[in-house]
Ligand binder design. Structure first.
Ligand code: SF4
Length: 497
């Protein structure tokens, strides 16, 4: 992690050494019009909290009126029974957001709601539009005002502008106009809509609501509603059952009468973000048929086959480095142990007025278990190295705790390029693998050796299940490793150049 000092506020702001997912989306359609959907969305957002911790929001529709509540912080900071009781209706959508520090404000929190002559809609978006500036300018020229800097507001205004053509046409016209990555859940006066970009860069899946309001209880024997979610783990948390992934380029419109699905784009190559499996997604999720936990174990096994080193112990950087460390241990016969523990309660900011206190604070994020590592040759498995700050600190902590050698193994290839599809990436000059070769990097981290999984190895770890293995269009976005993106990007877009 690196530390940025905010003099004015006398706070220390952690920027941990990871790429960050920017959003999670969730939607519920209850067939029973008397059933409240907002509490189920609340449970869903709780399970998507790892995808964004800076703001949360829920919107629901009742008698064609959309009510919304949103706030800064965790889902539990924003919602309590009183707040939830003010969001009534049997159809609801929700959103959790991560943001860069500068754009962290309530105006950018989602869902975005638009109320207009023909109705109202609320949109929750995960992803980034690569042509947001152009679309925003066109809408502003047409007299449409914006309240936020978010490109997600572009989507809500575009759908609202096209709404007089009918919902289906408004959606297809909007979606064909926007470019980039998006998993969308949209709430209208009487429907819940899900859409995934033509390459499926960000995940979205469909679930069936078995027993609304009765978490963990018995099913009702037939569907009593539907769920749309960024990840399958959240469907189960809301009392539903995973049905399938929304296909790249697919729109699903769920209403009282039917569930309508259509494809809005020519068939394109599937290119789901490989980092969803490496780090972003919760390990109990299954995305596009691939079990996230299993893929992390396999990445560790492949890393072990590609770059084994003689050692007494393999440990993982919590949380996502741990399954990979288990896999590495299995493949190489190195004993696995818990050498590092993470403080889960430290937030992104805290008060640390003096320099000494700030330096001390760096050690608050991770603790080394001295008795486990002392006197041993240790392999340290991490999911990624972005700026190198956390790895450098961990090597130093391990050596201070008596480790004889520290060998870093990383279960993603070197991150050398920015992401343009909804992931917060540092400036390219700050990506340490872009600035140094492996030997320089190893030396700068203070490690005894360093190796990354190869791109080929990463792809092998994401082995597709039999059901998809004959899908010649199945693939992954590897843009931040290779610089080759599934859709053209403007290097001027975004700040991450
Ligand atoms: S560029 Fe990297 S982080 Fe961004 S979508 Fe592609 S694989 Fe994911």
């Amino acid at each position: 992690m690196s530390i940025v000092e905010d003099d004015k506020l006398q706070r220390v702001i952690y920027q941990d050494d990871k790429l960050h997912e920017e959003c999670g989306v969730f939607g519920v359609f209850c067939n029973d019009p008397e059933q409240e959907a907002a509490p189920l969305v609340y449970y869903g957002l709780f399970s998507l909290q790892h995808r964004g911790q800076e703001s949360a929001g829920i919107a629901a529709v009742k008698d064609k009126v959309i009510e919304m509540q949103k706030g800064m912080g965790l889902v539990s900071d924003t919602f309590n029974p009183d707040v939830l009781s003010r969001i009534n209706g049997s159809v609801a959508v929700g959103h959790v957001r991560y943001s860069t520090f500068g754009s962290s404000s309530l105006v950018n929190a989602q869902p975005f709601v638009s109320r207009f002559k023909l109705g109202s809609i609320a949109v929750a978006h995960n992803g980034t539009l690569t042509n947001a500036d152009v679309v925003r300018e066109l809408l502003e020229d047409a007299g449409i005002g914006f309240i936020s800097s978010s490109d997600s507001e572009v989507i809500v205004n575009l759908i609202a502008k096209n709404y007089k053509k009918g919902l289906e046409k408004a959606l297809t016209d909007t979606i064909q106009f926007i470019k980039g990555s998006y998993a969308l859940v949209v709430l209208t006066d009487d429907a819940l809509v899900g859409a995934r970009d033509p390459n499926g860069i960000r995940p979205l899946c469909l679930g069936q609501l078995d027993c609304p309001g009765q978490l963990g209880g018995p099913g009702l024997g037939k569907s009593s509603g539907w769920i749309l979610s960024s990840e399958s783990c959240a469907i189960e948390a809301a009392g539903g059952t995973f049905i399938r992934d929304i296909e790249p380029g697919e729109v699903v419109i769920i209403s009282r009468d039917q569930v309508l699905s259509f494809s809005f784009s020519e068939k394109t190559r599937r290119a789901i973000c490989a980092f969803e499996y490496v780090y972003f997604a919760r390990p109990d999720s299954v995305i596009d048929g691939i079990d996230v936990y299993g893929s992390r174990i396999r990445a560790g096994e492949i890393l072990g086959m590609e770059s084994a080193v003689a050692a007494d112990l393999v440990i993982g950087v919590p949380d996502s480095g741990i399954p990979a460390a288990i896999g590495y241990g299995r493949a190489t016969g190195t004993p696995f142990g818990m050498g590092i523990v993470k403080n889960k309660y430290i937030g992104r900011t805290f008060i640390a007025p003096g320099q000494a206190a700030r330096e001390k604070a760096v050690s608050l994020k991770h603790f080394v278990i001295r008795s486990e590592v002392s006197g041993k040759r240790v392999v340290l498995i991490d999911d990624s190295i972005v700026r190198g700050t956390t790895s450098r600190r961990l090597v130093s902590l391990l050596k201070e705790a008596g480790a004889k050698e520290v060998h870093i193994r990383v279960c993603s290839p070197p991150v050398r390029f920015p992401c343009y599809f909804g992931i917060d990436t540092p400036h390219r000059k700050d990506l340490i693998s872009n600035a140094s070769n492996a030997d320089e990097l190893c030396k700068s981290l203070g490690a005894d050796s360093l190796a990354f999984i190869t791109v080929k190895g990463l792809l092998e770890s994401l082995e597709l299940p039999a059901v998809q293995s004959d899908d010649k269009d199945a693939g992954f976005c590897l843009g931040c490793f290779t610089g080759e993106y599934p859709i053209p990007v403007s290097y001027k877009h975004g700040a991450a150049v």
